[in-house]
Design a protein around this ligand. Structure first.
Ligand code: ADP
Ligand code: MG
Length: 571
Protein backbone atom coordinates (compact mmCIF):
# COMPACT_ATOMS: atom_id res chain seq x y z
CA UNK A 1 0.00 0.00 0.00
CA UNK A 2 1.41 3.42 -0.89
CA UNK A 3 1.51 6.39 1.41
CA UNK A 4 -1.96 7.78 1.97
CA UNK A 5 -2.70 11.37 2.91
CA UNK A 6 -5.73 12.16 5.03
CA UNK A 7 -7.30 15.35 6.22
CA UNK A 8 -8.02 15.80 9.88
CA UNK A 9 -11.65 15.98 10.82
CA UNK A 10 -12.73 19.62 11.29
CA UNK A 11 -12.80 19.54 15.09
CA UNK A 12 -9.45 17.76 15.22
CA UNK A 13 -7.94 20.42 12.98
CA UNK A 14 -9.20 23.23 15.17
CA UNK A 15 -7.93 21.53 18.27
CA UNK A 16 -4.52 21.00 16.70
CA UNK A 17 -4.29 24.67 15.81
CA UNK A 18 -4.83 25.50 19.46
CA UNK A 19 -2.08 23.13 20.43
CA UNK A 20 0.40 24.41 17.86
CA UNK A 21 -0.18 28.00 18.91
CA UNK A 22 -0.37 26.62 22.38
CA UNK A 23 -2.25 28.77 24.79
CA UNK A 24 -1.67 26.15 27.44
CA UNK A 25 1.16 27.31 29.62
CA UNK A 26 2.09 24.06 31.31
CA UNK A 27 3.54 22.25 28.33
CA UNK A 28 5.21 19.54 30.40
CA UNK A 29 1.91 17.67 30.50
CA UNK A 30 2.40 16.43 26.93
CA UNK A 31 4.71 13.75 28.35
CA UNK A 32 2.17 12.76 30.97
CA UNK A 33 -0.37 12.24 28.17
CA UNK A 34 1.96 10.08 26.08
CA UNK A 35 2.94 7.97 29.08
CA UNK A 36 -0.71 7.66 30.08
CA UNK A 37 -1.57 6.34 26.61
CA UNK A 38 1.38 3.93 26.68
CA UNK A 39 0.30 2.67 30.10
CA UNK A 40 -3.27 2.13 28.85
CA UNK A 41 -1.87 0.21 25.87
CA UNK A 42 0.11 -2.08 28.18
CA UNK A 43 -2.94 -2.68 30.39
CA UNK A 44 -4.97 -3.57 27.32
CA UNK A 45 -2.38 -6.01 26.01
CA UNK A 46 -2.00 -7.78 29.34
CA UNK A 47 -5.72 -8.23 29.56
CA UNK A 48 -6.15 -9.38 26.00
CA UNK A 49 -3.36 -11.92 26.43
CA UNK A 50 -5.11 -13.19 29.56
CA UNK A 51 -8.42 -13.61 27.76
CA UNK A 52 -7.11 -14.90 24.44
CA UNK A 53 -4.41 -17.52 24.81
CA UNK A 54 -3.93 -17.80 21.07
CA UNK A 55 -2.91 -14.15 20.79
CA UNK A 56 0.53 -14.05 19.24
CA UNK A 57 2.04 -11.38 21.46
CA UNK A 58 5.10 -10.93 23.62
CA UNK A 59 4.14 -10.03 27.17
CA UNK A 60 7.44 -10.97 28.81
CA UNK A 61 8.78 -7.49 29.50
CA UNK A 62 6.02 -4.93 29.25
CA UNK A 63 7.37 -1.44 29.78
CA UNK A 64 7.61 2.12 28.54
CA UNK A 65 10.88 3.52 27.23
CA UNK A 66 11.84 7.14 26.72
CA UNK A 67 14.59 7.90 24.24
CA UNK A 68 16.09 11.28 23.49
CA UNK A 69 18.47 12.59 20.89
CA UNK A 70 19.91 15.97 21.75
CA UNK A 71 21.48 16.53 18.36
CA UNK A 72 18.46 15.64 16.24
CA UNK A 73 16.24 17.21 18.93
CA UNK A 74 13.86 14.28 19.08
CA UNK A 75 12.06 12.58 21.92
CA UNK A 76 10.48 9.13 21.63
CA UNK A 77 8.00 7.46 23.95
CA UNK A 78 7.85 3.76 23.18
CA UNK A 79 5.70 0.99 24.56
CA UNK A 80 5.41 -2.69 23.70
CA UNK A 81 1.69 -2.77 24.38
CA UNK A 82 -1.40 -3.49 22.30
CA UNK A 83 -0.51 -1.18 19.38
CA UNK A 84 -2.94 -0.11 16.66
CA UNK A 85 -4.00 -1.48 13.29
CA UNK A 86 -3.98 0.74 10.20
CA UNK A 87 -7.69 1.47 10.60
CA UNK A 88 -7.39 2.15 14.29
CA UNK A 89 -4.66 4.70 13.64
CA UNK A 90 -6.85 6.58 11.17
CA UNK A 91 -9.85 6.36 13.44
CA UNK A 92 -8.26 7.07 16.81
CA UNK A 93 -5.60 9.58 15.89
CA UNK A 94 -7.32 11.39 12.99
CA UNK A 95 -10.66 12.06 14.63
CA UNK A 96 -11.88 13.08 18.04
CA UNK A 97 -14.44 10.80 19.58
CA UNK A 98 -15.41 13.09 22.43
CA UNK A 99 -18.94 14.18 21.71
CA UNK A 100 -18.47 17.47 23.52
CA UNK A 101 -15.66 18.69 21.26
CA UNK A 102 -17.76 20.96 19.08
CA UNK A 103 -19.30 22.68 22.09
CA UNK A 104 -15.90 22.94 23.74
CA UNK A 105 -14.37 24.60 20.68
CA UNK A 106 -17.28 27.02 20.53
CA UNK A 107 -16.70 28.03 24.14
CA UNK A 108 -12.99 28.28 23.50
CA UNK A 109 -13.51 30.68 20.59
CA UNK A 110 -15.61 32.91 22.81
CA UNK A 111 -13.09 32.83 25.64
CA UNK A 112 -12.20 36.41 26.54
CA UNK A 113 -8.66 35.89 27.76
CA UNK A 114 -5.84 33.39 27.86
CA UNK A 115 -6.63 32.29 31.40
CA UNK A 116 -10.21 31.37 30.49
CA UNK A 117 -8.99 29.52 27.42
CA UNK A 118 -6.44 27.67 29.47
CA UNK A 119 -9.08 26.70 32.01
CA UNK A 120 -11.24 25.31 29.24
CA UNK A 121 -8.44 23.24 27.79
CA UNK A 122 -7.70 21.95 31.26
CA UNK A 123 -11.28 20.83 31.70
CA UNK A 124 -11.41 19.22 28.32
CA UNK A 125 -8.02 17.52 28.07
CA UNK A 126 -6.57 16.86 24.66
CA UNK A 127 -4.56 13.65 25.04
CA UNK A 128 -2.30 12.70 22.18
CA UNK A 129 -2.57 16.09 20.45
CA UNK A 130 -0.81 17.70 23.41
CA UNK A 131 2.40 16.54 21.69
CA UNK A 132 1.94 19.40 19.23
CA UNK A 133 2.50 21.92 22.01
CA UNK A 134 6.18 21.06 21.99
CA UNK A 135 6.77 19.40 18.60
CA UNK A 136 6.56 20.65 15.04
CA UNK A 137 6.28 17.13 13.71
CA UNK A 138 5.00 13.95 15.32
CA UNK A 139 5.58 10.46 13.95
CA UNK A 140 3.94 7.37 15.33
CA UNK A 141 5.01 3.87 14.39
CA UNK A 142 2.79 1.10 15.65
CA UNK A 143 2.02 -2.57 15.23
CA UNK A 144 -0.97 -4.22 16.79
CA UNK A 145 -0.13 -7.28 18.87
CA UNK A 146 -0.92 -10.39 16.84
CA UNK A 147 -0.67 -8.63 13.47
CA UNK A 148 2.35 -8.72 11.19
CA UNK A 149 2.24 -5.38 9.44
CA UNK A 150 2.89 -2.08 11.13
CA UNK A 151 1.75 1.46 10.34
CA UNK A 152 3.54 4.79 10.32
CA UNK A 153 1.53 7.93 10.97
CA UNK A 154 3.08 11.33 10.58
CA UNK A 155 1.94 14.93 10.73
CA UNK A 156 3.05 18.47 11.32
CA UNK A 157 -0.40 19.16 12.69
CA UNK A 158 -1.29 21.45 9.78
CA UNK A 159 -4.45 20.00 8.29
CA UNK A 160 -3.24 16.66 6.97
CA UNK A 161 -1.44 13.53 8.06
CA UNK A 162 0.11 10.63 6.19
CA UNK A 163 -0.23 6.93 6.82
CA UNK A 164 1.92 4.19 5.34
CA UNK A 165 2.68 0.55 6.01
CA UNK A 166 5.89 -0.44 7.81
CA UNK A 167 7.52 -3.85 7.43
CA UNK A 168 9.56 -4.33 10.55
CA UNK A 169 7.76 -2.40 13.27
CA UNK A 170 8.14 -3.83 16.76
CA UNK A 171 4.98 -4.72 18.69
CA UNK A 172 3.41 -1.68 20.34
CA UNK A 173 3.72 2.00 19.64
CA UNK A 174 6.54 4.50 19.40
CA UNK A 175 5.69 8.19 19.28
CA UNK A 176 8.56 10.39 18.13
CA UNK A 177 8.44 14.17 18.49
CA UNK A 178 10.62 16.54 16.52
CA UNK A 179 10.92 19.18 19.18
CA UNK A 180 10.40 22.87 18.62
CA UNK A 181 13.39 25.09 19.45
CA UNK A 182 13.80 25.89 23.13
CA UNK A 183 12.21 29.21 23.99
CA UNK A 184 12.65 30.52 27.52
CA UNK A 185 9.92 33.09 27.16
CA UNK A 186 7.43 30.51 26.04
CA UNK A 187 8.49 28.27 28.93
CA UNK A 188 9.51 25.71 26.35
CA UNK A 189 12.21 23.62 27.97
CA UNK A 190 14.81 21.35 26.52
CA UNK A 191 12.84 18.15 26.53
CA UNK A 192 15.89 16.15 25.52
CA UNK A 193 17.38 17.02 28.88
CA UNK A 194 17.60 14.00 31.12
CA UNK A 195 16.86 15.80 34.37
CA UNK A 196 13.84 17.50 32.83
CA UNK A 197 12.40 14.18 31.70
CA UNK A 198 13.09 12.63 35.08
CA UNK A 199 11.43 15.51 36.84
CA UNK A 200 8.31 15.33 34.69
CA UNK A 201 7.97 11.57 35.07
CA UNK A 202 8.41 11.82 38.84
CA UNK A 203 5.86 14.57 39.11
CA UNK A 204 3.14 13.28 36.81
CA UNK A 205 3.63 9.58 36.24
CA UNK A 206 5.31 8.13 39.30
CA UNK A 207 2.39 5.81 40.15
CA UNK A 208 2.17 4.32 36.64
CA UNK A 209 2.23 0.57 37.26
CA UNK A 210 4.58 -0.19 34.35
CA UNK A 211 8.27 0.70 34.42
CA UNK A 212 9.12 3.92 32.61
CA UNK A 213 12.71 3.41 31.53
CA UNK A 214 15.43 5.54 30.10
CA UNK A 215 18.73 4.34 28.68
CA UNK A 216 21.75 5.33 30.78
CA UNK A 217 23.53 8.58 30.10
CA UNK A 218 25.57 8.28 26.92
CA UNK A 219 29.18 8.25 28.05
CA UNK A 220 31.48 11.02 26.92
CA UNK A 221 33.91 9.91 24.18
CA UNK A 222 36.93 9.18 26.35
CA UNK A 223 34.99 6.98 28.78
CA UNK A 224 33.72 4.53 26.24
CA UNK A 225 36.50 1.99 26.71
CA UNK A 226 36.14 1.80 30.49
CA UNK A 227 32.40 1.36 30.18
CA UNK A 228 32.83 -1.62 27.93
CA UNK A 229 35.00 -3.23 30.62
CA UNK A 230 32.42 -2.43 33.24
CA UNK A 231 30.17 -4.67 31.21
CA UNK A 232 26.42 -4.98 31.60
CA UNK A 233 25.91 -2.87 34.70
CA UNK A 234 26.70 0.35 32.87
CA UNK A 235 24.20 -0.37 30.09
CA UNK A 236 21.30 -1.17 32.42
CA UNK A 237 18.43 1.25 31.78
CA UNK A 238 17.18 3.34 34.63
CA UNK A 239 13.57 3.07 35.83
CA UNK A 240 12.28 6.58 36.50
CA UNK A 241 9.03 5.87 38.35
CA UNK A 242 8.46 4.16 41.69
CA UNK A 243 5.42 2.25 40.34
CA UNK A 244 3.94 2.31 43.83
CA UNK A 245 0.18 2.02 43.91
CA UNK A 246 -0.97 5.22 45.61
CA UNK A 247 -4.00 3.53 47.12
CA UNK A 248 -1.80 1.06 48.97
CA UNK A 249 0.34 3.75 50.58
CA UNK A 250 -0.56 5.49 53.80
CA UNK A 251 -2.13 8.92 53.61
CA UNK A 252 0.84 10.85 54.99
CA UNK A 253 3.20 9.33 52.44
CA UNK A 254 1.28 10.74 49.49
CA UNK A 255 0.85 14.37 48.55
CA UNK A 256 -2.40 15.82 47.24
CA UNK A 257 -0.65 16.49 43.93
CA UNK A 258 0.16 12.82 43.55
CA UNK A 259 -3.46 11.87 44.11
CA UNK A 260 -4.50 14.49 41.58
CA UNK A 261 -2.13 13.11 38.95
CA UNK A 262 -3.58 9.65 39.39
CA UNK A 263 -7.03 11.16 38.93
CA UNK A 264 -5.92 12.81 35.69
CA UNK A 265 -4.51 9.56 34.36
CA UNK A 266 -7.71 7.66 35.12
CA UNK A 267 -10.22 10.29 34.06
CA UNK A 268 -8.38 11.89 31.13
CA UNK A 269 -9.41 15.16 32.73
CA UNK A 270 -6.75 17.90 33.01
CA UNK A 271 -8.25 19.67 36.01
CA UNK A 272 -7.80 18.70 39.63
CA UNK A 273 -10.59 16.71 41.22
CA UNK A 274 -12.87 18.39 43.75
CA UNK A 275 -12.48 15.67 46.38
CA UNK A 276 -10.29 12.65 46.99
CA UNK A 277 -11.76 9.75 48.99
CA UNK A 278 -9.61 7.05 50.53
CA UNK A 279 -10.86 3.72 51.82
CA UNK A 280 -8.94 0.85 53.37
CA UNK A 281 -10.86 -2.23 54.44
CA UNK A 282 -8.93 -4.80 56.41
CA UNK A 283 -9.88 -8.22 57.72
CA UNK A 284 -11.37 -11.18 55.91
CA UNK A 285 -12.25 -9.18 52.85
CA UNK A 286 -9.52 -6.75 52.16
CA UNK A 287 -9.60 -3.95 49.62
CA UNK A 288 -8.42 -0.44 49.04
CA UNK A 289 -10.12 2.29 47.13
CA UNK A 290 -9.26 5.76 45.95
CA UNK A 291 -12.26 7.60 44.63
CA UNK A 292 -12.49 11.07 43.11
CA UNK A 293 -15.28 13.56 42.64
CA UNK A 294 -14.49 15.62 39.53
CA UNK A 295 -14.83 19.38 39.62
CA UNK A 296 -16.88 19.53 36.44
CA UNK A 297 -19.43 17.31 34.73
CA UNK A 298 -18.21 15.79 31.48
CA UNK A 299 -20.16 16.73 28.35
CA UNK A 300 -21.47 13.22 27.84
CA UNK A 301 -22.80 12.57 31.34
CA UNK A 302 -26.30 12.08 29.98
CA UNK A 303 -25.29 10.52 26.68
CA UNK A 304 -26.08 6.91 26.00
CA UNK A 305 -22.46 6.16 25.17
CA UNK A 306 -21.16 7.50 28.48
CA UNK A 307 -18.93 4.88 30.10
CA UNK A 308 -19.21 4.84 33.82
CA UNK A 309 -17.49 2.98 36.62
CA UNK A 310 -14.18 2.89 38.41
CA UNK A 311 -11.07 0.90 37.57
CA UNK A 312 -10.83 -2.52 39.15
CA UNK A 313 -7.51 -3.97 40.25
CA UNK A 314 -6.91 -7.32 41.89
CA UNK A 315 -3.78 -7.45 44.03
CA UNK A 316 -2.24 -4.48 42.18
CA UNK A 317 -2.98 -5.93 38.74
CA UNK A 318 -5.24 -3.89 36.49
CA UNK A 319 -8.34 -5.92 35.61
CA UNK A 320 -10.75 -3.53 33.94
CA UNK A 321 -11.77 0.01 33.23
CA UNK A 322 -15.34 1.12 33.78
CA UNK A 323 -16.33 -1.52 36.30
CA UNK A 324 -20.07 -0.81 36.54
CA UNK A 325 -20.75 -3.32 39.30
CA UNK A 326 -19.03 -1.26 41.98
CA UNK A 327 -21.12 1.89 41.88
CA UNK A 328 -24.70 2.65 40.90
CA UNK A 329 -25.75 4.56 37.81
CA UNK A 330 -26.57 7.67 39.83
CA UNK A 331 -22.93 7.94 40.95
CA UNK A 332 -21.63 7.49 37.41
CA UNK A 333 -19.46 10.60 37.63
CA UNK A 334 -17.25 9.09 40.35
CA UNK A 335 -13.78 8.12 39.12
CA UNK A 336 -11.17 6.06 40.84
CA UNK A 337 -9.54 2.76 41.60
CA UNK A 338 -10.69 -0.19 43.65
CA UNK A 339 -8.11 -2.84 44.43
CA UNK A 340 -9.46 -6.09 45.90
CA UNK A 341 -7.28 -8.76 47.45
CA UNK A 342 -9.50 -11.81 47.15
CA UNK A 343 -10.97 -11.77 43.68
CA UNK A 344 -9.85 -14.02 40.86
CA UNK A 345 -7.77 -12.38 38.14
CA UNK A 346 -10.16 -13.89 35.63
CA UNK A 347 -13.32 -12.18 36.85
CA UNK A 348 -15.70 -11.21 34.11
CA UNK A 349 -18.32 -8.47 34.14
CA UNK A 350 -21.06 -11.10 34.40
CA UNK A 351 -19.53 -12.74 37.45
CA UNK A 352 -18.97 -9.36 39.09
CA UNK A 353 -22.65 -8.50 39.02
CA UNK A 354 -23.39 -11.63 41.10
CA UNK A 355 -20.40 -11.62 43.42
CA UNK A 356 -21.30 -11.17 47.07
CA UNK A 357 -18.05 -9.42 47.92
CA UNK A 358 -18.56 -6.99 45.10
CA UNK A 359 -22.05 -6.25 46.36
CA UNK A 360 -20.64 -5.60 49.80
CA UNK A 361 -18.02 -3.24 48.39
CA UNK A 362 -20.69 -1.54 46.32
CA UNK A 363 -22.70 -0.77 49.47
CA UNK A 364 -19.68 0.60 51.31
CA UNK A 365 -18.51 2.72 48.40
CA UNK A 366 -21.94 4.30 48.03
CA UNK A 367 -22.06 5.10 51.74
CA UNK A 368 -18.60 6.59 51.58
CA UNK A 369 -19.46 8.83 48.63
CA UNK A 370 -22.69 10.01 50.23
CA UNK A 371 -21.07 10.68 53.58
CA UNK A 372 -18.29 12.62 51.88
CA UNK A 373 -20.83 14.84 50.14
CA UNK A 374 -22.51 15.42 53.49
CA UNK A 375 -19.20 16.33 55.01
CA UNK A 376 -18.46 18.74 52.14
CA UNK A 377 -21.80 20.37 52.79
CA UNK A 378 -20.90 21.05 56.41
CA UNK A 379 -17.21 21.80 56.07
CA UNK A 380 -16.49 22.88 52.53
CA UNK A 381 -19.70 24.63 51.43
CA UNK A 382 -18.11 26.10 48.31
CA UNK A 383 -16.99 22.70 47.13
CA UNK A 384 -20.41 21.34 47.90
CA UNK A 385 -22.08 24.11 45.89
CA UNK A 386 -19.84 23.36 42.90
CA UNK A 387 -20.49 19.67 43.27
CA UNK A 388 -24.23 20.01 43.46
CA UNK A 389 -24.37 22.41 40.52
CA UNK A 390 -22.45 19.94 38.38
CA UNK A 391 -23.82 16.61 39.56
CA UNK A 392 -27.01 17.22 41.58
CA UNK A 393 -29.19 16.26 38.63
CA UNK A 394 -27.50 12.89 38.49
CA UNK A 395 -27.50 12.24 42.23
CA UNK A 396 -31.25 12.86 42.39
CA UNK A 397 -31.75 9.83 40.14
CA UNK A 398 -30.80 7.85 43.23
CA UNK A 399 -34.02 8.96 44.95
CA UNK A 400 -35.77 6.65 42.51
CA UNK A 401 -33.40 3.74 42.38
CA UNK A 402 -31.73 3.51 45.78
CA UNK A 403 -34.34 3.07 48.49
CA UNK A 404 -31.81 2.14 51.10
CA UNK A 405 -30.09 5.50 50.80
CA UNK A 406 -33.05 7.66 49.92
CA UNK A 407 -32.99 9.59 53.14
CA UNK A 408 -29.24 10.14 52.92
CA UNK A 409 -29.68 11.49 49.39
CA UNK A 410 -32.50 13.82 50.49
CA UNK A 411 -30.19 15.17 53.16
CA UNK A 412 -27.41 16.05 50.75
CA UNK A 413 -29.71 17.53 48.11
CA UNK A 414 -30.40 21.21 47.62
CA UNK A 415 -33.02 22.97 45.55
CA UNK A 416 -33.71 26.41 44.11
CA UNK A 417 -36.34 28.11 46.20
CA UNK A 418 -38.44 31.26 46.42
CA UNK A 419 -36.53 32.17 49.58
CA UNK A 420 -33.37 33.17 47.73
CA UNK A 421 -32.82 33.89 44.04
CA UNK A 422 -29.21 32.76 44.11
CA UNK A 423 -28.76 30.22 46.84
CA UNK A 424 -30.38 26.81 46.77
CA UNK A 425 -31.76 25.42 50.01
CA UNK A 426 -31.54 22.03 51.65
CA UNK A 427 -34.74 20.43 52.92
CA UNK A 428 -33.39 20.88 56.43
CA UNK A 429 -33.10 24.63 55.89
CA UNK A 430 -36.58 24.70 54.38
CA UNK A 431 -38.09 22.95 57.39
CA UNK A 432 -36.33 25.30 59.80
CA UNK A 433 -37.83 28.28 57.95
CA UNK A 434 -41.39 26.93 57.81
CA UNK A 435 -44.01 29.47 58.85
CA UNK A 436 -46.17 29.15 61.93
CA UNK A 437 -49.03 26.84 61.00
CA UNK A 438 -47.38 25.52 57.83
CA UNK A 439 -47.58 21.75 57.81
CA UNK A 440 -46.07 20.69 54.52
CA UNK A 441 -43.10 21.17 52.28
CA UNK A 442 -44.36 22.83 49.12
CA UNK A 443 -42.83 22.53 45.71
CA UNK A 444 -43.66 23.10 42.11
CA UNK A 445 -42.09 21.48 39.08
CA UNK A 446 -41.71 23.21 35.75
CA UNK A 447 -39.41 24.06 32.93
CA UNK A 448 -37.71 27.07 34.40
CA UNK A 449 -37.60 29.20 37.48
CA UNK A 450 -39.39 32.04 35.68
CA UNK A 451 -42.11 29.77 34.36
CA UNK A 452 -42.85 28.53 37.86
CA UNK A 453 -42.65 31.95 39.47
CA UNK A 454 -45.14 33.34 36.96
CA UNK A 455 -47.56 30.52 37.52
CA UNK A 456 -50.91 31.48 39.09
CA UNK A 457 -50.39 28.61 41.51
CA UNK A 458 -47.73 30.67 43.22
CA UNK A 459 -49.96 33.57 44.17
CA UNK A 460 -51.46 32.35 47.42
CA UNK A 461 -48.13 31.00 48.60
CA UNK A 462 -46.40 34.25 47.90
CA UNK A 463 -49.18 36.03 49.72
CA UNK A 464 -48.80 33.84 52.77
CA UNK A 465 -45.04 34.09 52.68
CA UNK A 466 -44.66 30.33 52.31
CA UNK A 467 -41.42 29.17 50.73
CA UNK A 468 -41.78 27.02 47.60
CA UNK A 469 -39.14 24.73 46.12
CA UNK A 470 -38.72 25.39 42.40
CA UNK A 471 -37.89 22.07 40.76
CA UNK A 472 -36.77 22.45 37.18
CA UNK A 473 -34.73 19.33 36.39
CA UNK A 474 -36.52 16.66 34.36
CA UNK A 475 -35.73 14.08 37.01
CA UNK A 476 -37.59 16.17 39.62
CA UNK A 477 -40.88 15.32 37.93
CA UNK A 478 -40.28 11.70 38.64
CA UNK A 479 -38.81 11.53 42.11
CA UNK A 480 -41.39 13.82 43.69
CA UNK A 481 -43.95 11.17 42.78
CA UNK A 482 -42.18 8.54 44.86
CA UNK A 483 -40.78 10.44 47.83
CA UNK A 484 -43.64 11.03 50.24
CA UNK A 485 -42.00 12.98 53.01
CA UNK A 486 -38.93 14.45 54.63
CA UNK A 487 -38.52 14.64 58.40
CA UNK A 488 -42.18 13.82 58.88
CA UNK A 489 -43.29 16.63 56.57
CA UNK A 490 -45.17 15.71 53.46
CA UNK A 491 -43.93 16.98 50.13
CA UNK A 492 -46.79 18.60 48.27
CA UNK A 493 -47.09 20.05 44.82
CA UNK A 494 -48.74 23.46 44.82
CA UNK A 495 -50.13 22.63 41.38
CA UNK A 496 -52.26 19.84 42.75
CA UNK A 497 -55.62 19.93 44.49
CA UNK A 498 -54.47 18.81 47.90
CA UNK A 499 -52.11 21.71 48.38
CA UNK A 500 -55.16 23.89 48.86
CA UNK A 501 -54.37 26.24 51.66
CA UNK A 502 -57.93 26.00 53.04
CA UNK A 503 -56.85 23.70 55.85
CA UNK A 504 -54.46 26.23 57.15
CA UNK A 505 -56.77 29.19 57.25
CA UNK A 506 -58.26 30.73 60.36
CA UNK A 507 -61.83 30.27 61.66
CA UNK A 508 -62.80 33.70 60.38
CA UNK A 509 -61.49 32.96 56.93
CA UNK A 510 -63.34 29.67 56.98
CA UNK A 511 -66.67 31.29 57.73
CA UNK A 512 -66.04 33.85 55.04
CA UNK A 513 -65.25 31.14 52.53
CA UNK A 514 -68.35 29.16 53.36
CA UNK A 515 -70.44 32.24 52.74
CA UNK A 516 -68.73 32.91 49.45
CA UNK A 517 -69.16 29.29 48.43
CA UNK A 518 -72.91 29.78 48.91
CA UNK A 519 -72.93 33.06 47.00
CA UNK A 520 -71.22 31.53 44.03
CA UNK A 521 -72.84 28.09 44.09
CA UNK A 522 -75.02 28.90 41.12
CA UNK A 523 -72.15 30.20 39.02
CA UNK A 524 -69.94 27.21 39.85
CA UNK A 525 -72.46 24.57 38.87
CA UNK A 526 -73.29 26.50 35.73
CA UNK A 527 -69.58 26.61 34.80
CA UNK A 528 -69.03 22.92 35.58
CA UNK A 529 -71.91 22.10 33.28
CA UNK A 530 -70.77 24.41 30.50
CA UNK A 531 -67.20 23.14 30.50
CA UNK A 532 -68.46 19.56 30.50
CA UNK A 533 -65.77 17.03 29.66
CA UNK A 534 -63.00 19.64 29.72
CA UNK A 535 -62.77 19.65 33.50
CA UNK A 536 -63.75 17.46 36.41
CA UNK A 537 -65.04 20.24 38.59
CA UNK A 538 -65.03 24.01 38.96
CA UNK A 539 -64.12 25.08 42.48
CA UNK A 540 -63.90 28.35 44.32
CA UNK A 541 -60.26 28.83 45.18
CA UNK A 542 -58.40 30.54 47.96
CA UNK A 543 -55.10 30.15 46.24
CA UNK A 544 -55.39 32.98 43.72
CA UNK A 545 -54.85 36.59 44.56
CA UNK A 546 -54.44 38.21 41.16
CA UNK A 547 -55.37 35.75 38.41
CA UNK A 548 -59.10 35.09 37.98
CA UNK A 549 -58.77 31.32 37.44
CA UNK A 550 -56.29 28.50 37.12
CA UNK A 551 -56.28 24.85 36.19
CA UNK A 552 -55.17 22.36 38.86
CA UNK A 553 -54.81 18.62 38.68
CA UNK A 554 -56.15 16.05 41.08
CA UNK A 555 -53.68 14.68 43.57
CA UNK A 556 -53.21 11.44 41.69
CA UNK A 557 -53.07 12.90 38.19
CA UNK A 558 -49.76 13.27 36.41
CA UNK A 559 -48.50 16.83 36.22
CA UNK A 560 -48.55 18.51 32.81
CA UNK A 561 -44.74 18.53 32.71
CA UNK A 562 -44.54 14.82 33.47
CA UNK A 563 -47.15 14.15 30.82
CA UNK A 564 -44.94 16.01 28.33
CA UNK A 565 -41.97 13.96 29.41
CA UNK A 566 -43.82 10.66 28.92
CA UNK A 567 -44.88 11.90 25.51
CA UNK A 568 -41.30 12.76 24.61
CA UNK A 569 -40.29 9.24 25.59
CA UNK A 570 -42.96 7.89 23.27
CA UNK A 571 -45.31 6.54 25.92
P1 ADP B 1 -7.64 9.17 25.29
O1 ADP B 1 -6.40 8.59 25.88
O2 ADP B 1 -8.35 10.09 26.22
O3 ADP B 1 -8.54 8.13 24.69
P2 ADP B 1 -5.81 10.29 23.41
O4 ADP B 1 -5.89 11.43 22.48
O5 ADP B 1 -4.75 10.35 24.43
O6 ADP B 1 -7.23 10.14 24.08
O7 ADP B 1 -5.65 8.96 22.58
C1 ADP B 1 -6.59 8.61 21.59
C2 ADP B 1 -6.61 7.12 21.34
O8 ADP B 1 -5.48 6.71 20.57
C3 ADP B 1 -6.53 6.28 22.59
O9 ADP B 1 -7.82 6.10 23.17
C4 ADP B 1 -5.97 4.97 22.06
O10 ADP B 1 -6.99 4.15 21.54
C5 ADP B 1 -5.09 5.41 20.94
N1 ADP B 1 -3.69 5.46 21.39
C6 ADP B 1 -2.99 6.56 21.73
N2 ADP B 1 -1.74 6.23 22.11
C7 ADP B 1 -1.66 4.88 22.02
C8 ADP B 1 -0.62 3.90 22.29
N3 ADP B 1 0.59 4.27 22.77
N4 ADP B 1 -0.90 2.60 22.05
C9 ADP B 1 -2.12 2.23 21.60
N5 ADP B 1 -3.11 3.08 21.35
C10 ADP B 1 -2.90 4.39 21.54
MG1 MG C 1 -4.79 9.64 26.49
Amino acid sequence: MPTETFEFQVEARQLLQMMIHSIYSNKDVFLRELISNASDALDKLRLEALRDESLDADVSDLHIAIETDGEARTLTVRDNGIGMSHDEVVQLIGTIANSGTAKFLQELKQAKDAATAEGLIGQFGVGFYAAFMVADEVTLVTRRAGQSEGTRWSSTGEGTYTVEPVEDAPQGTAVTLRLKPVDQEDQLFDYTSRWKIKEIVKRYSDFITWPVRMAPEAPADGERAEDAEDGKAAAEPETLNSMKALWARSRDEVSDEEYHELYKHISHDWSDPLETLRMQAEGTFEYQALLFLPSRAPQDLFAREHRRGVQLYVKRVFIMDHCEALLPEYLRFVKGVVDAQDLSLNVSREILQQDRQIQLMHRRLVKKVLSTIKEMMAQRPENYATFWREFGRVVKEGLLSDHENRDAILRIASFPTTHDQEKPATLQQYVERMKEGQEHIYFMTGESRTAIENSPHMEAFRDKGYEVLLLTDPVDEVWVETVPEFDGKELRSIAKGEADLAKEESEEDKAERAKRQEDFAGLLSWMTERLGDEVKEVRLSSRLTVSPACVVSDTDDVTPALRNMYRAMGQ
